[in-house]
Design a protein around this ligand. Structure first.
Ligand SMILES: [Zn+2]
Ligand SMILES: [Zn+2]
Length: 144
């Protein structure tokens, strides 16, 4: 169980184990085509963390990395194929998929890349056309 300060996560088979500590920098949903294609799902629920609070505690040797673009190092377990996180070195943040952190209370604050959405989600949470200005986007919002 979590002590409220750290959360344990794992890949699908459990060979890769990791923890995150403290509070995430941001949480939300990404609707971009890359997230959908990589996850084979209609949307990616992300939680962003500073790299120093993401610690792989077991099975680091089983982690595979794929870089389709320089901004994203996508990580998965080479034994089971389960996705674990995406390192965004340019942002200085790691996206640990909400789905692999069962004890974290997921509180989405934003939807990003909503213009690419294939699954409209009318939850009242702000919808950004792409990403915030401070992340190099337009920062423009759009209707649900
Ligand atoms: Zn695995
Ligand atoms: Zn995305």
């Amino acid at each position: 169980m979590s002590d409220g300060k750290s959360h344990a996560g794992s890949c699908f088979c459990g060979a890769v184990q990791f923890t995150v500590g403290g509070e995430p920098a941001a949480m939300g949903y990404c609707h971009c085509a890359s997230c959908r294609h990589w996850s084979a799902g209609p949307v990616n629920a992300f939680t962003l963390w500073k790299p120093d609070v993401v610690k792989v505690t077991r099975g680091a040797e089983h982690i595979g990395t794929y870089n389709k673009s320089s901004g994203s190092s996508r990580k998965w377990c080479k034994l089971c194929g389960g996705h674990i996180f995406t390192d965004h070195p340019g942002m200085g943040l790691i996206d640990v998929y909400a789905a692999v952190l069962p004890s974290l209370a997921f509180k989405p604050g934003v939807h990003v890349h909503y213009q690419e959405s294939v699954l409209p989600i009318r939850d009242g949470v702000p919808k950004l056309k792409d990403v915030p200005k401070e992340m190099g986007g337009s920062g423009a919002s759009m209707p649900e």
